[in-house]
Design a protein around this ligand. Structure first.
Ligand SMILES: Cc1ncc(COP(=O)(O)O)c(C=O)c1O
Length: 448
């Protein structure tokens, strides 16, 4: 076999000329299915031509703006902003070696370094790292780990999950079953989704005194279902896409205690909260709790590429290994993708080599100052900030089109939903842009 093949030279390939925005939107309408949207779509998306720093550049002006400050960090992920020289360099360097190679029977440095790094910075003894393609898949893997753990120990009846209402864990099957039953549209899937155990939603307020009645409720719910529960799975400290609510870390300690007392595993879904967003590297640190399994994703690659992971303790891995089927039967094609792993490594270098805590605090302080005005607006129930997350809650369902238009007019990209306008900007957002985001949130709250 020849040891090299002749590949076409780059000059033989030229990129297609850019589509004009009208033509692009016509094709988009005809062929492209957007998230949480009907097909064909009813709302026209904005066309982004490029992104750099904290700004999205539009292909044509919208409401008088050609550039928007990004208040969303692309759904919690782009913590370092866009087109970052360090992340670009890491991607370019890795592309020159290999963008992908299968992970079954092969391994490589970017994945090994990343797994070691994740194990080192995660709480407690979460030593074993299963790399996968997206947050939802990481939750599927975490659930599979827990169910298989109990099967391996001869307890297959422990196959259900417990969570609390108001959560969100992704859009594939097991994650959907533990999303908020109303917001997650369980009624659409009744009879097909696994039926899980739901506690009431945790009382709101990160700094609020823990409610003794709710602590008892958590303990009792775990105790009542312990014989059939494989695991409790929750988002720590912030319930994100299920409603953007903050809760006391005391409830996580209560869940840890109840799980330990009744032989149930604890899964913390840090996909949205991980890598500094709440002011701690992982939200579990607020509570001093170590889960048995932890999911990460989103900001893992600084928003460059899709990659997530489920981490577990030796207890979980050894339990699975003791069973009649000692392997974890999961292996996504793009598992451990070297390109994503190399960028994730560089993103963690960037994050950890700076005073990320101070940056997150600075963004949070800016949001808090700018949102002080929101509390007095008609229709606003409350404005709250935790870490680099700002939320304005309304007393009505937001008019998404009107609120988005108001934000864009103010030069900011926001994506309001249900009864709220919220932002979680890149940590590198300069003070004046944080102020602009907060002002746009107020405008969106007023007009939405
Ligand atoms: C807490 C949490 N878990 C899981 C997911 C699903 O991640 P992905 O969209 O990458 O599948 C999300 C996404 O928003 C999330 O916020």
């Amino acid at each position: 076999m020849p040891d090299s093949v002749t590949l076409p030279q780059p000059a033989a390939w030229t990129p297609a000329p850019p589509l004009d925005p009208e033509a692009l939107l016509a094709l988009d309408r005809r062929h492209v299915w957007h998230p949480y949207a009907p097909m064909p779509g009813t709302a026209e998306p904005l066309v982004v031509e490029s992104a750099s720093g904290v700004r999205l550049r539009l292909a044509r002006p919208a409401h008088g703006q050609r550039e928007l400050v990004d208040g969303m960090a692309s759904w919690w992920s782009a913590v370092h902003g866009y087109n970052h020289p360090v992340l670009n360099a890491a991607a370019g360097d890795q592309l020159g070696r290999m963008s992908h190679v299968m992970f079954g029977g092969l391994t490589h440095e970017p994945a090994v370094r990343l797994a070691e790094r994740l194990a080192r910075i995660s709480p407690g003894d979460l030593e074993h790292v299963f790399l996968c393609d997206s947050g939802s898949v990481a939750v599927e893997v975490a659930v599979k780990m827990c169910l298989q753990y109990w099967r391996s120990l001869g307890r297959p009846e422990k196959h259900r999950l417990m969570t609390w209402r108001g959560g969100y864990h992704g859009d594939t099957w097991q994650p959907m079953s533990v999303c908020d039953p109303e917001g997650g549209m369980h009624h659409l899937w009744s009879g097909t989704l696994p039926v899980q155990v739901f506690a009431e939603a945790p009382p709101s307020g990160f700094d609020a005194e823990p409610d003794p009645a709710y602590l008892t409720h958590l303990h009792e719910t775990v105790a009542r279902h312990a014989d059939e529960l494989a695991a409790v799975i929750v988002e720590p400290v912030v319930q994100g896409a299920g409603g953007m609510r903050f809760h006391s870390p005391a409830y996580l300690r209560a869940l840890r205690e109840a799980c330990d007392a009744h032989g149930v595993l604890l899964v913390l879904d840090e996909i949205a909260t991980g890598f500094g967003r709440t002011g701690e590297l992982f939200a579990a640190h607020h509570a001093g709790v170590v889960p048995d399994v932890m999911c990460v994703g989103k900001a893992l690659t600084g928003g460059y590429l899709s990659m997530a992971a489920a981490l577990c303790t030796p207890r979980v891995a050894e339990g699975i290994a003791r069973g009649p089927v000692p392997v974890l039967a999961h292996g996504p094609t793009f598992m451990g993708n070297p390109l994503a792993a190399a960028v994730a490594g560089a993103s963690l270098d960037l994050l950890l080599s700076q005073d990320w805590r101070a940056e997150v605090r600075r963004v949070g302080d800016g949001l808090r100052a700018g949102l002080a005005r929101a509390a007095g607006l008609p229709g606003v129930v409350e404005a709250s900030v935790l870490g680099a997350i700002g939320v304005v809650r309304l007393d009505h369902e937001v008019d998404v089109a009107a609120a988005t238009r108001a934000a864009v007019r103010a030069g900011v990209w926001l994506r309001p939903f249900r009864d709220m306008v919220y932002a979680m900007p890149p940590y590198v957002t300069p003070d004046e842009d944080v102020a602009r985001i907060a002002a746009a949130m107020c405008a969106a709250a007023r007009e939405g």
